[in-house]
Design a protein around this ligand. Sequence first.
Ligand code: PLP
Length: 417
Amino acid sequence: MTAEHPLNQDISLADWTYTMSRSVLRQMIGVVSQPGILSFAGGLPAPELFPAADYAAAITHVLATDPKALQYGLPFAPLKQHIVQLMAQRGITCTTEQIFLTTGAQQGLDVLARLLLNPGGQVMFEEVVYTGIQQVVAPFQPHILTISTDLAQGMAVHEVEAHLANGARPAFLYAIPDAHNPLGVSMSQARRQQLVALAVHYNIPLIEDDPYGLLQYDAPIMPPLRALNDSHVLYVGSFSKILAPALRLGWIVAPEALMPKLAVAKEASDLESSALTQRAVSAYMDAGYLPGHVEQLRVAYGHRRDAMLAALCNYFPAEARWTVPKGGMFIWVTLPAEVDAAALLHTAVAQEQVAFIPGHAFAVPGHNVHNCLRLNFSNCSVEIIDEGIKRLANVINSIRKMNLELCDHLMPQYATP
Ligand SMILES: Cc1ncc(COP(=O)(O)O)c(C=O)c1O
């Protein structure tokens, strides 16, 4: 929090902007994307796997055949039909009337928050969570009720229950049940069922953010929350990770009655998502390219995850712990308590040209994860993953050695009677 005027000028801004700080994550991406840095920092897909040629064919076809592609227009109905089929692969039954197209999942979160949350209202999410949801709710200056996360089982649903039993009534609860960003954990089946039952009992909307649901590498794959309930779960999906982030295309699955309100909330921000992109993605799917492409991503990312897990076993200190993600792009590492991840990042970039994101970038203020870090495994080859984790381990080991030497040096003084 800072009382400083954000523009240093006389323009008066909305109250909430005075508590605004630049996203720690964005600041760090600047540091860690310098040339020559071997980076596990960004949440980036593998660029060499983008289906550029097939997408080029689809977009060229659309431009040549559809005069509406460059015009303002209604959401493209055939794309909604494709999304209904994609959702069926996730075990979700829905109709085109329940699909709302968005400019990426981020806009899906934004419009839902604007429909559900009053200024100063309550919201509920995990202590360590995707920064995008924190940014979405910030203008509402909400009271954030936090929930801890079990790194094996996911969200601590008993804490949700305790809050609700004590009278909390959040405008919504936000969850990433599969391949959590940044924690890499997936919620157990039992917790999914308990969470949905609580949402129904207390009449609380659940926003289910699922950008990684189709990128899972191990069986069994658990049903998303929306497959368990269609009245209280508002599902958010995205083409960013299964096709390309630059398309800026996502969707919401919500009760049909909400569609007109969603449309008004979205129009206020961008009128509509790109007609050209909607048609091009639909044409790409008409051609049947998506299933093979997603399978290729699953195989490649599964290998990269395994390579990173193996390298962590091989090189990291025995006391370190990490999540074993079933899907997605991230591993969350907990280092011995004496290692500060922010200091580690500076040394790792300077000495070994390797980068990651310190855990505190994702923590709701007041929650301490100083010794944790998020590693991305989707954006580097298995060879680079091995090399980068080895280098990072070197830095961790040298910091720990220095700490030990310092202790040895100081101990005799403390030991003096
Ligand atoms: C959990 C989560 N939600 C939403 C998003 C935003 O996705 P999109 O690119 O579709 O806006 C991301 C992007 O990394 C994410 O990790």
